[in-house]
Structures are given as structure tokens and as C-alpha cells.
Design a protein around this ligand. Structure first.
Ligand code: ZN
Ligand code: ZN
Length: 143
């Protein structure tokens, strides 16, 4: 028999389901405290790990290496500026069909996917025509 979901999991999922944007563990800690639903940081990290493996939330790693968590139901992609850090959300998922196809051909239960684009926004490109990106553009393998 499956055990009941811990209260910490319910609180974190409840919070993420009402947030339009992804939150870091630190931000989740602060938000829960403001809602009088305080959890310790260690508890939050443990819960985030368990929820990730259950396919209930997704993790997105920023250019600075910080992990952001959001509900697994959200399928949103961003163009992120390496200079100012601005993120522009795309209005639709460009690889939705690919996910369906991979699930079928590989018999793999896909919980979620990530897809991000990095570069310079219009403002930054104008301000610094010769600027080279300073941040490692591959956040999955921070050095
Ligand atoms: Zn920019
Ligand atoms: Zn997508």
C-alpha cells in the first residue's frame, strides 16, 4: 500500500501550482514562511528530490547554476539573455510532438522536458555590439 503524501510535499506542490514562475529552494522556503507553512530548508530539499522522482515537479537550472522548481504540468520555454539575465517566455512548446514520438518509439515514460535558448536580448546586443557572453551557456554541466 502506498503511504500518504507527507505534508511537506503537499505544501510545496500547493505553492508551485499557484506560482506563474519557477522558484528556487530558497524562494520556496521564504514563500512558505510567509504563508505560515514554514518548512526547514533540509526538509524542502528532501521533498523536492522525492517530488522530482515522482514526476510531480520539474527542475530548470539557470545559467548561474541555481536550480528552479516548478509544477511538472508547466511546459514553458525561455530565451535567456546572458548579459542582463532577462528571460522571455515562448508562447508555445516547439517540441510537443517530438515528446509524444519519443515516448512511443523508446517506450519511455517522459515526465517533462527542458529546452532553453541563450544569447543576447535586443537591448544588450545594441548596447554592446562586440560583447562576448561571460556565462557558460551550458547550464547542465556547470564547471
Ligand atoms: Zn539582455
Ligand atoms: Zn515543451
Amino acid at each position: 500500500m502506498k503511504s500518504k503524501r507527507p505534508r511537506s510535499h503537499d505544501r510545496i506542490l500547493g505553492l508551485l501550482n499557484t506560482q506563474p514562475q519557477a522558484l528556487s529552494a530558497q524562494e520556496i522556503f521564504i514563500e512558505l514562511r510567509q504563508r505560515n507553512q514554514s518548512l526547514g530548508l533540509a526538509t524542502i530539499y528532501r521533498a523536492l528530490d522525492a517530488l522530482k522522482l515522482a514526476g510531480l515537479l520539474q527542475v530548470r537550472t539557470q545559467a548561474n547554476g541555481e536550480a528552479l522548481y516548478s509544477s511538472a504540468h508547466q511546459d514553458r520555454h525561455h530565451l535567456t539573455c546572458l548579459q542582463c539575465g532577462d528571460s522571455i517566455a515562448l508562447d508555445r512548446c516547439p517540441i510537443h510532438d517530438l515528446e509524444q514520438q519519443l515516448q512511443h518509439t523508446h517506450q519511455f515514460k517522459i515526465y517533462y522536458h527542458t529546452l532553453e535558448f541563450f544569447g543576447l536580448c535586443d537591448q544588450c546586443a545594441i548596447a554592446e555590439p562586440n560583447l562576448k557572453p561571460k556565462i557558460d551557456p551550458n547550464p547542465l554541466h556547470p564547471s
